[in-house]
Design a binder for this molecule. Structure first.
Ligand SMILES: [Zn+2]
Length: 426
């Protein structure tokens, strides 16, 4: 089952070189794309081979999301919370923690399918998700995994463990994490945040990380209140607290946000092996601040924080705000946008090889070439230009239509589950 790209302009995602011609995209994890002189005359029947006419189209590596929350998918348009939140802690308490406590496995399945659909159509073929559903923990990760795989999205999942709902819920989070990793799935050990994870939980999380040779995925200093809580409760700042457990020495470790770090914490982070996931629109929406990521050691990647599944949009937001906070330029934002591939490949995660591609129907009013590609990346190319998507050599979106599942059925199921969730929210 090979996909042939006919008459494509192929843009190398690293060198930005342009190559015009025909290309063969083989299936399977880690397969590479090759340029070919001759296309097969016609795909052999039942072979699964396909020829995509890419005349006038650009083809390049598809995208990855470094920090997502599929559990928030059914929140769009939901009834207003009981109280209008006035700060970050109240946003969690009245919006997200009220929502995630009411999720059941079918709602999670609907959320994962709908998010995967949006990812696919936006050219995002790999998702790193951070999941919470305190009263439907068992099998939640396998439910998300299966939904993603039906759509054709590769994944790196974790359950965000916490003490906020008591000991029984905490133990279930630990059990789910252990069961998922022990089953041979690639994954991370998730914690919600320092302010909701006591020392016993942090120690247990660190020992799971050790045992499964993986990293932590945790929100760090998203709001200043996380630092205040850490100083009051443990007499130290969040990065120091995490550093003492050894998790920052692991290259799979992924810290979301890291907005409120002092100079010493920035130095520790820079000297560590941890990666940082930036989600600019979420930070703006929650009014928690912005930061300069330039002294974090260069291991910065981009996420959506569950607000949407459009990584080109995340990159643009980080670029525009970054003008004022960190002298952001084209090359920096492109690097950050693409760093997810380096994070995944350097840590030997599967599902993000070179045969993950987007076909862009991008017809600009000006010339596009290797020298000015980044200007088009920032100001021109959007997810509406994503016409077809190839994930691990499989054509999952063709001419803007999902190929692996019925889009209408996914969205109908999501709306049904959304209505049931909103009813529970009261
Ligand atoms: Zn998050």
């Amino acid at each position: 089952m090979t996909i042939y790209l006919k008459d494509a302009v192929f843009i190398d995602w690293q060198t930005l070189s342009f190559q015009q011609g025909n290309f063969a995209v083989p299936p399977g994890d880690g397969q590479v794309v090759s340029r070919i002189d001759q296309l097969p005359p016609e795909p052999a029947p039942h072979s699964g081979d396909a020829i995509l006419n890419c005349k006038g189209k650009l083809v390049t590596r598809s995208f990855g999301c470094g920090h997502h929350h599929i559990y928030s998918t059914l929140a769009r348009g939901m009834p207003a919370p009981a109280k209008t939140p006035e700060n970050f802690q109240e946003i969690l308490q009245y919006v997200w923690w009220h929502l995630d406590k009411n999720l059941d496995l079918e709602m999670i399945r609907a959320s994962a399918l709908a998010s995967a659909l949006y990812c696919a159509k936006n050219g995002v073929t790999f998702v790193i998700d951070h999941h919470a559903s305190p009263f439907a923990i068992e099998n939640s990760l396998a439910t998300i995994r299966d939904a993603f795989e039906l759509v054709g999205i590769s994944h790196l999942l974790c359950y965000e463990m916490t003490d906020r709902d008591g000991k029984a819920v905490r133990e279930k989070g630990l059990a789910e994490t252990e069961a998922y990793l022990a089953d041979g799935n690639q994954g991370l050990v998730g914690l919600h945040a320092s302010f909701t994870a006591g020392d016993e939980l942090l120690t247990k999380a660190a020992s799971l990380i050790e045992r499964f040779d993986t990293g932590i995925h945790v929100h760090v200093a998203e709001d200043i209140s996380d630092q205040e809580h850490c100083l009051q409760t443990y007499g130290k700042r969040v990065i120091h607290r995490l550093h003492e457990t050894g998790v920052l020495n692991r290259s799979r470790t992924l810290l979301a946000h890291c907005l409120h770090l002092d100079k010493e914490e920035r130095e520790i982070l820079s000297d560590s092996r941890a990666w940082v996931a930036q989600s600019m629109e979420s930070n703006l929406n929650n009014n928690v601040g912005t930061t300069d990521y330039r002294d974090y050691g260069g291991r910065i990647l981009l996420g959506t924080d569950g607000m949407h599944s459009d990584m080109l949009r995340s990159a643009k937001a980080a670029f525009f705000v970054g003008q004022g906070t960190e002298a952001m330029d084209f090359s920096n934002i492109y690097q950050r946008f693409r760093n997810v591939h380096h994070y995944l490949s350097s840590n030997s995660f599967k599902g993000d090889g070179e045969n993950n591609l987007v076909v862009l129907d991008y017809n600009p009013p000006t010339e596009i070439n290797p020298d000015n590609f980044l200007g088009h990346f920032v100001f021109g190319i959007e997810s509406t230009h994503v016409e077809s998507v190839i994930a691990n050599g499989q054509l999952i979106v063709k001419e803007r239509q999902l190929q692996t599942m019925d889009e209408d059925e996914i969205l109908e199921f999501a709306r049904e589950m959304g209505a049931a969730l909103w009813q529970k929210l009261g």
